[in-house]
Structures are given as structure tokens and as C-alpha cells.
Design a protein around this ligand. Structure first.
Ligand SMILES: [Zn+2]
Length: 339
């Protein structure tokens, strides 16, 4: 594998290294795990090693023409879908899986590699692809040309067609330990000790998320704003809550719902912990005063009931029927402070 920024996931790194070293490559790999846990980073590192012309012992050299092209995102045998902008964010215009993009993959897969032995396709967030994309992709997976290696990433394998999953070597990546995230932030991304400790605690083992926060002009600005908004909502009228639910439903392409639900769940879980005299276990360690106040202001039974509601609504939204209705319930059932 490359000397790139893969942190942790040692068993997966070794499995991929061995498959290169022992020439037991599969045609398709599926990297499964939480958002920003390191799926694409690992897949890119694997691609770099496959394409590297100076690779030794399952590791990319980092300096050959192929390694340089890959780093510059101009390697003719590496295809990334959906396309991303220079900061690695999905391209707004083209950042969706369209059937014609799957058609491009099929056409490109048939052509011989330009630089070396392989062509590598990295299809990110394959769980978001529609049926027509998935069916076309399946065609490539059924009879892949010998030089093709497909890497798919997905948050949840159950969201993919079973026929796709069964053709892939599945690598399920687990969140990293808090200490591993903290160490990586300090040594590789030069975060200050305080910043590294806070981001590691909040990251839930998702290093990519923590690194993204570091790159922001004001790290955690969005999270702080969202938590302030949440505290205000708990004191708002029914009308204001319903208006917020409607705004959220209308803007859900810009404000993804699941990260927001995870943030809210984390907050209310911390309130519950604070109510159980476990303030030291809280994730939002920079907001302990606010959590201690919330622990006094809300009824414990209501907080616990709301955590169950959050989990139930998240389940609904995964198979959604009516997003608007689910969000109305989510907002109306939020606990109200006693004073
Ligand atoms: Zn190389």
C-alpha cells in the first residue's frame, strides 16, 4: 500500500497487500463503514499500489510517474465516481450516480490500460446509486475484463443489490479508537493537543470527519451553530418547531439529515449522561457547562424517551415513506425545559 494517509484499519491494509503480493486479486472490493471512517482513503491507497510501477512487497513507491499522476488526480487508468472538486467534496453539478456514468464505466473498462496493468474504478457512496446505475454496474461485475479492478464504498451493505455485494470482497471498516484519532491529528495533521483531544472525542472514530474540521477556517463552526439552534428549538413554540421541520425537509439536499440526527443524538445522550452524574463520559467535552445546565433543566424521563424517538425516526428516514411527517414528529416530541 502507499505511504499515504491511511491510519488504522491494519487488517484491511494487510489483506489488500497480501492480495497484491500473492497475485490473488479480486475484480471488485466493497469498503463498508460509517461516513468519513476512511473507506475512500484506503481504496485510493490500494489503487495507487496497483497502478504503481515501482511497487515492492505490496507497497507503492510514492515517486514513480504513476504515483505522481495519481496524486495529481490525472492518472488515465484511475476513475473516480462521483467526481469531486479540488477539496475532495462531491462536485455539485455531477456529484450523483447517473445511468450514463455507469455506461462510461462499461465503455472504459473494455479499453486496455494506458499506463500499466490495471484500470481502477472507485465508485464512492454506491448505496446512493439508483437501480438503473446499479444494474449497469452489475453487467461490468458479471464479466469483468482481466485488467479491471472495481472499488466500491458504501455506508451500509444492505442498501446495495445482493448480487453486487456477492461479487465483491467485502471489507467492513470499524471506527478508529479515540486515541488513534488523537495521535494521528497531532502527528500527521499538526493539530494542537487541545484541538486533537476535542476532535477525537467528537469524531466517533471517523478520522476523515476530524481532519475535515481541522481544514475549516473555523473548526466546528457548523456543529456549534447546530447545537445552539437545537437548544433554542427546545425552548420554541410548536409553530416555530413545525416551521423548522418544514425548512429542514425542503433543504435536505443541502443539509443532510443523518449527520444532523447523529449530532442531536450525541447531544441528548450527553444530557442523559450528565443527569446520571457521568459528565466525564460526555462526548461534547467543550460544552460541559451547557450540558450540566441542560441536565438540570430537562426531565430525565423525557430525555430518555426522546433518545428512543431519535433512533426510531432515523430508522424511518432510511426507508422513508414521508420525510415531512417524520420530521414533524421529531421536532414536536423534543423535550421542553422545566423552567
Ligand atoms: Zn509508484
Amino acid at each position: 500500500m502507499s505511504e499515504g494517509p491511511v491510519v488504522g484499519h491494519q487488517w484491511a491494509v494487510e489483506l489488500l497487500q497480501n492480495s497484491i503480493r500473492c497475485d490473488t486479486l479480486r475484480h471488485a472490493y466493497l469498503f463498508v463503514g460509517a461516513a468519513q471512517v476512511g473507506k475512500s482513503t484506503l481504496a485510493r491507497s490500494f489503487a495507487q499500489t496497483l497502478l504503481c510501477t515501482g511497487a515492492a512487497d505490496g507497497r507503492a513507491c510514492g515517486s514513480c510517474r504513476s504515483c505522481r499522476l495519481l496524486r495529481a488526480a490525472t492518472h488515465p487508468d484511475f476513475f473516480l465516481l462521483p467526481p469531486t472538486d479540488r477539496d475532495g467534496r462531491p462536485d455539485r453539478e455531477n456529484g450523483i450516480h447517473r445511468a450514463e456514468q455507469a455506461g462510461d464505466i462499461i465503455r472504459q473498462a473494455l479499453l486496455h490500460p494506458v499506463e500499466g496493468r490495471y484500470k481502477v474504478f472507485l465508485i464512492q457512496d454506491a448505496h446512493k446509486a439508483n437501480a438503473s446505475f446499479a444494474n449497469k454496474l452489475l453487467k461490468t461485475l458479471e464479466e469483468p475484463p482481466a485488467h479491471v479492478v472495481l472499488c466500491l464504498t458504501a455506508q451500509d451493505r444492505s442498501a446495495l443489490l445482493p448480487t453486487i455485494v456477492s461479487r465483491c470482497q467485502v471489507l467492513a471498516l470499524r471506527p478508529l479508537g479515540e486515541q488513534a484519532v488523537e495521535d494521528a491529528l497531532r502527528t500527521r495533521w499538526e493539530a494542537s493537543p487541545q484541538q486533537a483531544a476535542l476532535l477525537a472525542r467528537l469524531s466517533n472514530g471517523r478520522l476523515g470527519w476530524a481532519v475535515q474540521q481541522l481544514k475549516e477556517e473555523e473548526p466546528l463552526a457548523d456543529r456549534n451553530q447546530r447545537l445552539t439552534e437545537l437548544r433554542e428549538l427546545s425552548r420554541s413554540s410548536r409553530v416555530a418547531r413545525l416551521a423548522f421541520a418544514q425548512k429542514l425537509a425542503a433543504a435536505r439536499s443541502q443539509t443532510p439529515l443523518f449527520p444532523l440526527l447523529a449530532l442531536w443524538t450525541g447531544w441528548w445522550r450527553d444530557v442523559m449522561l450528565a443527569q446520571s452524574d457521568c459528565l466525564d463520559q460526555c462526548a461534547n467535552v467543550d460544552l460541559l457547562d451547557e450540558l450540566a445546565a441542560a441536565a438540570r433543566d430537562f426531565r430525565r424521563t423525557e430525555v430518555q424517551a426522546y433518545l428512543r424517538t431519535l433512533s426510531r425516526i432515523e430508522g424511518y428516514l432510511h426507508h422513508t415513506v414521508n420525510t415531512g411527517l417524520a420530521l414533524d414528529v421529531l421536532l414536536l416530541q423534543m423535550p421542553r425545559p422545566l423552567v
